[in-house]
Design a protein around this ligand. Structure first.
Ligand code: DX5
Ligand code: ZN
Length: 221
């Protein structure tokens, strides 16, 4: 049965020397997806992970891999990420001049097609494509780093996307990413979000990732 709300634990804040244990701890506490932040040093200033890490995670866990592509020309890499074991492939509208065909390409690779927009990008940019997306991700920080402060103005944006998804009869996931913790998760849930990405609140929790996931999970009931 598909869950109504999911936690997508972002390994960007995990200890990579102990990646297997970190993911296992999050999984044991009820994390639903593993979020993998791919950054190319061009679309965002930071450089992080590629298909190799996705393939590594695929061997570590049975949880769906939620791959967030913060890269230019993502269509060049979709096949490599799909082959590595990605389940959700999410592309930024800012990087996709042919968004409809990119979403089709993702689906043809057997993955769920996601579209994401930056805090400064108006919802109108993705509106024509809402019915085609399996997942819509609203950034609640500027992409590039974990540990940034939540931008409260994005709450209204989530509510707007929720309204527009409902209007087209879409059952797509509405995901939020950036500064999600026990304070901000309920606000985003109230606005209509159904998938919650968290890096710091999970992997930097002082009592470990399992405690971090449990606390977030408690906020979803
Ligand atoms: C930011 C990434 C996020 C990041 C979230 O560019 O897309 O997924 O890992 O980190 P926190 O939860 O610490 O804000
Ligand atoms: Zn992300």
């Amino acid at each position: 049965m598909t869950k109504k709300y999911v936690i997508s634990s972002s390994i960007l804040s995990a200890d990579f020397a102990r990646l297997g244990e970190e993911i296992a701890a999050a999984e044991s506490a009820g994390a639903d997806w593993i979020h993998i932040d791919v950054m190319d040093g061009h679309f965002v200033p930071n450089i992080t992970m590629g298909p190799f890490i996705v393939e590594t995670c695929n061997r570590i866990t049975k949880l769906p891999l939620d791959v967030h592509l913060m890269i230019e020309k993502p269509e060049r890499y979709l096949e490599a990420f799909a082959k590595a074991g990605a389940n959700n492939l999410t592309v930024h509208v800012e990087t996709c001049p042919e968004l409809s065909s990119t979403l089709k390409q993702i689906k043809s690779l057997g993955c769920n097609a996601g579209v994401v927009l930056n805090p400064a990008t108006p919802v109108g940019e993705i509106e024509p494509f809402l019915a085609e997306a399996d997942l819509v991700l609203v950034m609640s920080v500027n992409p590039g780093y974990s540990g940034q402060s939540f931008m409260p103005e994005t709450i209204a944006k989530v509510a707007d996307v929720r309204k527009k998804l409902d209007a087209v009869g879409s059952s797509a996931w509405l995901e939020v990413d950036g500064g999600i913790d026990v304070e901000t998760l309920p606000k985003m849930k109230e606005a209509g979000a159904t998938a919650f990405v968290a890096a710091t609140a999970v992997f930097k929790h002082p009592e470990g990732p399992a405690a971090g996931v449990r606390l977030l999970r408690a906020m979803m009931s």
